[in-house]
Ligand binder design. Structure first.
Ligand SMILES: *[C@@H]1O[C@H](CO)[C@@H](O)[C@H](O)[C@H]1NC(C)=O
Ligand SMILES: *[C@@H]1O[C@H](CO)[C@@H](O)[C@H](O)[C@H]1NC(C)=O
Ligand SMILES: *[C@@H]1O[C@H](CO)[C@@H](O)[C@H](O)[C@H]1NC(C)=O
Ligand SMILES: *[C@@H]1O[C@H](CO)[C@@H](O)[C@H](O)[C@H]1NC(C)=O
Ligand SMILES: *[C@@H]1O[C@H](CO)[C@@H](O)[C@H](O)[C@H]1NC(C)=O
Length: 953
């Protein structure tokens, strides 16, 4: 296409600008050469035989006949409708690399991805006909060729590689329909961040593939979670962000490919469909609007930007169609111009011609409604709304979208609250959408979530009521269909691409991990690390989960629970002594008065008409604690008005900024998190600075009785990447400065230990308590080198005082590298996140676990005897504390038992901080149906609160 329309200001070469220079001899010589060349060219042009086109090559209108012919050929391309590429009927996968032997997977428990033949559609939607079936799978030439019970070796090619699945679950490779892997390589660095081109808000002409780094290590990490295919999108800064690409996670020779290139990663080398990203809402208006100059500064402006762009593209479609029609009817010789083409609008033209599958980031009702309007005004389809937090509120709006098929909703399971448009999210969105005939899909937005664990989003979708088969579909068949790969990806059937995962446990169970992954029939891990786990069993879908519609609890003071099969308690006091399999828990004035047989109490309860709740597989535990988040200091992360704010320069007390009685805290309490310890933010980039406050999550005001259980729980400083990134007048600019400053402060405190003067809440006074060991020092730090420096600071100060600083590391991605040193220095580690990955440079040595690494950070720390706990990297994780502990339990190969796992979100924190935990005796307990560590465990009652009551769900 030669009709570029580029709005960039045209600048001459640099030597034309600025002040004139004396011409050098070289320049004069070159100029002479040019003149000679021009003269020669002129002379050549005068010779008609050699340069001028013959009249046969040029029309009467002076246009090139060849170009016109090419244009006419382009017309038929413009008219061609894209369709989903076939699956069955292929001899071989176009991605197949010659020389790879066939593979037979024996003895697998196969999830086909569709119901058994003949299941009526309505029944299938409910899950009827979806089963795990014992079968062998034979793959050859990059395709699944046979899925049958007992395929005999004699019936397959001689060189076939045999893999014994040992009865483990086998699914199609996971598809993540929203990743930035490759364009936002990890660890995140400025130099490798290419997801957003910020020169303009409307950039449909950008192509994410132009920034795709095949060697982004995260592409391999993601695959280790069973993800074989991803939709790699540009970022969401721009209203129109550009073209996206469906890639497979096999890169270069090591992964069985011929070459290392982005082109080689394309899931469909024939490029039947193209893909595009757009975005509504907060990002574009925050980033682009310049009042008085140009928009958008509001959603109103954004809609105009969209419509204006579509108007240009529609006009071009019209001009092209007119040209093509004329050229076809009257012949190219009558054409007075070439086919109108503009690279700038070409991808949008392709969208309007239904050759592009569009994915649009839209959170809110107005965003969705406006965008659906655009689809009808300009007649194009949107295949999925991403970050579609409010779609569950407006199914009817989605159903009005152009094209007759409601867009799918690409969601996180429970990540929300991070900005105003994410404030109204619901963990039940997947279920509600599905119940309304719509399609939920779970995505990672890697690196926002580590896509290695995108399947866990689906598992949580199931936990929150989405039927089991629909949850699995949400990361397999549903994205495959929305991407136009419905006949190739997402199912285990002959004719489909041989992208397969064998799991060590049910894929929707907590901690499910691949044992091996195949892409186009080639095994991806040479020596995969396997976790020691009990013989795999697949779950029978728990249908009662979909009855959950927990929003508001019933508040009771007297209530009895029966059917409690397990009480997991730190110290069982006399009247709280768990005995049998079927225990009773009696609650009176909000306190547990009996656990166990409780015959007398039960009879009394029956007599007095006290509510009795019968549980199936009930669990009784201590309540959980949220440590290391900003809950209690903030309602919407990105909205300053709702936030206590950052403190890079001042040392403050969290208690002074406490904000209670808000959504985050209500959710925390409803998930059994009755206590939180939060510190003031250091900067908007992250970290903490000041003293944290320990408080109860369901208080109405900070003056409620017992609202604060630790006014100053710990002193916090930050030594992660945000320590050198924040800009305040007193902020150290280097890590060495930050460490030096901390050492100076601590040594000053050590030398003034006996000084009792000064303001009671001042930093020096808190630090005196730190150096004499009575107040813990919590440092945000990931990097092992920084941790080493910190240990030296501690010992230097301890040497002076003779006491021991109670040091706690928060973050700790690389702490395993110093596990023994941390254990011997008695330093506790609060992992945040629990499952670290190389998100930033200081976490680059994070262990991501099987099948790539032998264990993760928590395993190494536990092996060394380091006191370890789980923190919240972000506030939304407050729902997931039980499940995170469950991951340690399920994947810890026996390192912790159930109680040990739960201690990581409770008791261990208090041990590290030297604080007394408000316990069961104070009314802090949780009653669950199912194990809190398992995917189908759910909270039935939470004690712990004000007013001697228990919240029953
Ligand atoms: C890969 O390389 C082999 C050997 O050079 C060649 O025969 C084959 O055609 C190549 N396959 C693809 C898909 O490029
Ligand atoms: C457990 O005990 C309660 C009260 O005695 C009884 O109602 C219930 O049926 C028992 N459940 C089981 C599973 O035995
Ligand atoms: C603090 O007082 C104690 C006891 O009076 C004394 O032993 C110690 O040396 C003093 N420390 C400092 C740093 O002055
Ligand atoms: C530590 O210092 C604080 C404040 O100076 C003091 O109140 C406390 O008793 C000291 N604790 C110990 C164990 O020395
Ligand atoms: C993994 O690490 C453990 C130590 O935690 C060691 O005993 C084991 O041999 C290692 N396994 C492999 C496969 O390297």
């Amino acid at each position: 296409m030669d009709h570029k329309s580029d709005s960039l200001p045209r600048q001459g070469p640099s030597w034309l600008r600025g002040r004139p220079r004396r011409r050098s001899k070289t320049v004069r010589f070159l100029a002479l050469g040019c003149l000679c060349f021009i003269a020669f060219a002129q002379w050549k042009q005068l010779s008609p035989s050699s340069v001028l086109p013959s009249s046969a090559e040029i029309t009467v209108h002076g246009l090139s006949v060849k170009q016109l012919h090419d244009d006419l050929a382009t017309c038929s391309k413009l008219k061609s409708k894209a369709s989903d590429p076939i699956g069955l009927g292929r001899e071989r996968n176009a991605r197949y690399v010659k020389g790879h032997a066939p593979t037979l997977i024996k003895n697998a428990n196969v999830w086909v991805g569709e119901p058994t033949k003949g299941t009526p559609p309505e029944a299938a939607r409910r899950g009827v006909g979806f089963n795990w079936v014992v079968a062998d799978v034979y793959m050859e030439h990059g395709l699944i060729k046979r899925v049958e019970a007992s395929i005999s070796l004699s019936s397959v090619a001689e060189n076939t590689i045999v893999f014994d699945a040992g009865g483990r679950p086998l699914t199609a490779g996971i598809i993540d329909m929203h990743t930035h892997a490759g364009v936002e390589s990890l660890p995140g660095l400025w130099g490798t961040s290419d997801g957003n081109e910020m020169s303009s808000d409307i950039t449909p002409y950008l192509r994410a593939i132009d920034g795709l780094q095949p060697n982004d290590p995260q592409i391999q990490v993601i695959k280790s979670g069973g993800v074989t295919t991803s939709l790699m999108l540009p970022g969401s800064a721009n209203n129109m962000g550009g073209e996206a690409y469906v890639i497979k996670h096999a890169v270069g020779e090591r992964d069985g490919r011929n070459e290392t290139s982005a082109a080689d990663m394309l899931a469909d080398p024939d490029r039947n469909w193209r893909f595009m990203k757009m975005a509504c809402g907060e990002n574009p208006k925050r980033l682009y609007g310049k009042p008085g100059e140009h928009g958008p500064t509001s959603r109103l402006g954004e809609s105009w930007e969209f419509r204006h762009a579509f108007e240009q593209a529609s006009a071009l479609v019209r001009r092209q169609d007119d040209w093509c029609h004329m050229a076809a009817v009257s012949g190219i010789h009558s054409m007075k111009s070439y086919l109108p083409q503009e690279i700038r609008w070409e991808p949008l033209v392709a969208l309007l011609r239904d050759q592009v599958r569009l994915n649009t980031h839209c959170y809110t009702i107005p965003d969705l409604e406006a965008f659906v309007d655009h689809t009808n005004e300009f007649k194009f389809k949107v295949r999925a709304f991403h970050h579609a937090h409010q779609t569950y509120l407006v199914p009817e709006i989605l159903k009005r979208a152009y094209g007759g098929e409601a867009p799918a909703s690409a969601l996180f399971a429970d990540n929300m609250w991070y900005k105003a448009e994410a404030y109204w999210g619901s963990e039940y969105a997947g279920k509600v959408l599905y119940d309304n005939g719509l399609t939920p899909i779970y995505v990672s937005d890697n690196p926002v979530l580590n896509a290695q664990h995108v399947l866990f989003e689906a598992a949580k979708g199931y936990k929150y009521g989405l039927p089991y088969h629909a949850a699995l579909a949400a990361v397999t068949t549903a994205p495959a269909e929305r991407l136009g790969f419905g006949q190739r990806l997402g199912k285990i059937k002959p004719g489909f691409d041989a992208d397969i995962v064998v799991w060590d446990s049910d894929p929707l169970s907590v901690g499910a991990t691949p044992v091996q992954v195949w892409i186009d029939g080639t095994a991806q891990f040479d020596n995969p690390v396997k976790l020691k786990k009990p013989a795999p069993k697949t779950m029978s879908p728990d249908e009662s989960l979909s009855e959950t519609t927990k929003e508001k609890p019933v508040v009771m003071d007297e209530v009895v629970f029966t059917g409690v099969s397990k009480a997991i308690l730190r110290e069982a006091s006399e009247n709280l002594a768990p005995q049998a399999n079927n225990m009773t828990v009696v609650v009176s004035t909000g306190k547990v008065v009996c656990i166990g047989d409780c015959k007398t109490e039960l009879q009394a309860a029956v007599r007095s008409n006290t509510p009795i709740i019968n549980l199936k597989n009930g669990y009784f535990t201590e309540s959980l604690t949220a440590f290391g988040s900003t809950i209690g200091l903030n309602a919407i992360d990105a909205e300053r008005d709702t936030d206590n704010g950052p403190n890079p320069d001042s040392f403050t007390r969290a208690e002074d900024g406490l904000l209670v009685d808000n959504k985050k805290l209500r959710v925390a309490h409803s998930y059994g998190v009755t206590k939180a310890i939060s510190a003031p933010k250091y900067s908007d980039a992250g970290g903490y600075h000041g003293t944290s406050v320990g408080f109860l999550t369901n208080v109405k005001t900070a003056l409620d009785k017992d609202a604060i259980f630790a006014g100053d729980a710990a002193v916090h400083y930050t030594l992660d990447v945000s320590a050198t990134g924040a800009d305040g007048p007193n902020t150290p600019s280097s890590m060495s400065a930050a460490i030096g400053t901390l050492r100076r402060k601590l040594l000053t405190a050590a030398s003034t230990l006996n000084d009792t003067t000064g303001e009671a809440y001042s930093e020096p006074l808190f630090l005196r308590k730190v150096v004499n060991g009575s107040l813990p020092l919590v440092i945000n730090v990931h990097n092992a080198d920084t941790i080493a420096a910190l240990l030296k600071v501690k010992s230097a100060v301890d040497d002076v005082t003779g006491s021991k600083i109670r040091l706690v590391i928060l973050g700790g991605a690389e702490s395993y590298l110093l596990a023994d040193e941390l254990a011997s220095a008695n330093v506790g580690v609060v992992l945040a996140p629990l499952q670290s990955y190389a998100k930033s440079w200081d976490q680059r040595r994070a262990l991501t676990g099987a099948p790539l690494t032998n264990g993760t950070c928590v395993d190494r720390l536990l092996d060394a005897g380091v006191l370890t706990a789980i923190g919240l990297e972000e506030d939304w994780l407050v729902r997931d504390l039980g499940l995170l502990a469950g991951i340690v339990f399920a994947n810890g190969e026996g390192r912790v038992d159930e109680r040990g796992a739960l201690e990581m979100v409770g008791g261990n924190l208090y041990k590290m901080l030297g604080l007394e935990e408000p316990g069961v005796d104070k009314g802090h307990f949780v009653i669950w149906e199912g194990s809190p560590l398992e995917i189908n465990g759910r909270v039935k009652a939470v004690g712990g609160g004000i007013g001697n009551t228990v919240s029953v769900f």
